[in-house]
Design a protein around this ligand. Sequence first.
Ligand SMILES: [Zn+2]
Length: 99
Amino acid sequence: MRGLDIRIMLAHERVSAIIDGRTCDSAIDEYTLGSHLEAHRLGYADAQRGRTEPPAIFRDEPILLSGWNDGVDAFTDEREMSACDGCNDGTGNPCHIHG
Ligand SMILES: [Zn+2]
């Protein structure tokens, strides 16, 4: 199942936080940053493949949804910049829109 490994990673991160006496909420913190980044990676890869929906298993997890959406946005921004004349004018600098 797509994203299951990342959802399990988040569950492990939350257990670690509880063991350390921390509270678990929907915030991205030092415990949940790893699963957030993996969700970002998956969102980027999904966008490359043309997938437009996050994994169903992410639906109740704002940390994973935001990571996945950030990954999609990163791919979209890179694709736009690669096709932008202003970003590819030979100076090596992004245009005023993407800079
Ligand atoms: Zn540009």
